[in-house]
Every structure is written in C-alpha cells, then in structure tokens.
Design a binder for this molecule. Structure first.
Ligand code: NI
Length: 173
C-alpha cells in the first residue's frame, strides 16, 4: 500500500474518460490498495483512479469516517443502472480541489453494477452520502468534476483559486 500524490485541478488526467479494466488481477488490486491508502491518508471519503494519474475505471470509498478500513469499498468498472427521481443536495468537496466546496444536486439513490477486488459481479443500491459519493467518483471516471455541475462563473472562480493554490504550494508541475 503506497500513499500516492493526489493530482490537483486543473490537470489533464482529471479530464480523461477512463478505460475499462479488462481483468481483475494483482496489478488491479495494487492500484486499489494504493487508492485506499491515499484516501485514508488525505483523509477523504472517496478517491478515483485518475486522481492519482491512473486512467482506469476504478474508485474506492468509505463514508463511515472511521479510522479502520472495515467498510472500505473497491468498485471496478462501475456503472449506474438506476437512479431515483428524488434528489439530494450535498455541499461537495474533492481531494483534487482542496478547500473548495459547492452545493450539488444529484439523485438521492442509485443502483450500481461493478466488480469487486476479487472480480465478482455485484449490484448494490446506495443512499445518503454513499449515493452522492458514488456518483461523484463515477463522474471522475468520465473526466467530470463536481464543479462541472455548477454555474460557469463559479467554476471559473474555483479554477482560478486552484491555479493560485498550486503555484503557492509548488504543485504547479
Ligand atoms: Ni472528487
């Protein structure tokens, strides 16, 4: 398990449509372990592979905000197969946009098909923060950030702030 550097917006890796993972093997599980280590280290409740520069369809999440990883989830090739008509508004943040938050409205419940770290096919329904997090992370796999859900004016403001922060903290490479 290696804590990796989290890429900060704006970064071309965060704009890419990620590739399907052909088979779940040891390399896939190493990526999952690195994502989990990096997410818990941050700390955060979710992290997608492109955020550490891996353009692959995988994310991890744990919305319990506990120190242990008993509820750590690894979702490979996730696909939303159903969304509720009810919506929820959460004040979202993102490890690729530290200290930036905005209200985003999304379906309150989603059903997701995915492969787990052993390659088993799973279909699971999420609600509450788990539903928001799953949708936020799946967006990452399609090159989309939470700021793409808000007005263009606000998005430009967030991007400017991030460019400044990257420069100040020497993350501008
Ligand atoms: Ni994010």
């Amino acid at each position: 398990m290696t804590v990796q550097k989290i890429l900060w917006h704006p970064d071309p890796h965060l704009k890419k449509k990620c590739k399907l993972i052909g088979s779940v093997d040891d390399a896939t599980r190493t990526l999952a372990d690195d994502l989990l280590a990096t997410m818990y280290d941050a700390p955060g409740v979710g992290l997608a592979a492109p955020q550490i520069g891996a353009i692959q369809r995988m994310f991890v999440m744990d919305c319990t905000a506990k120190e242990d990883d008993a509820h750590a989830m690894v979702l490979i090739n996730p696909e939303i197969v159903w969304t509720s008509d009810d919506t929820n508004v959460y004040n979202e943040g993102c490890l690729s946009l530290p200290e930036q938050y905005a209200d985003v409205e999304r379906p309150a419940e989603v059903r997701v098909q995915y492969l787990d770290r052993d390659g088993r096919e799973i279909e699971e329904q999420f609600d509450g923060l788990w539903a928001t997090c799953a949708q936020h992370e799946i967006d990452h796999l399609n090159g989309k950030l939470f700021i793409d859900h808000i007005s263009g004016l606000k998005r430009t403001m967030f991007t400017r702030k991030m460019m400044k922060m990257k420069k100040e903290r020497n993350r501008d490479e």
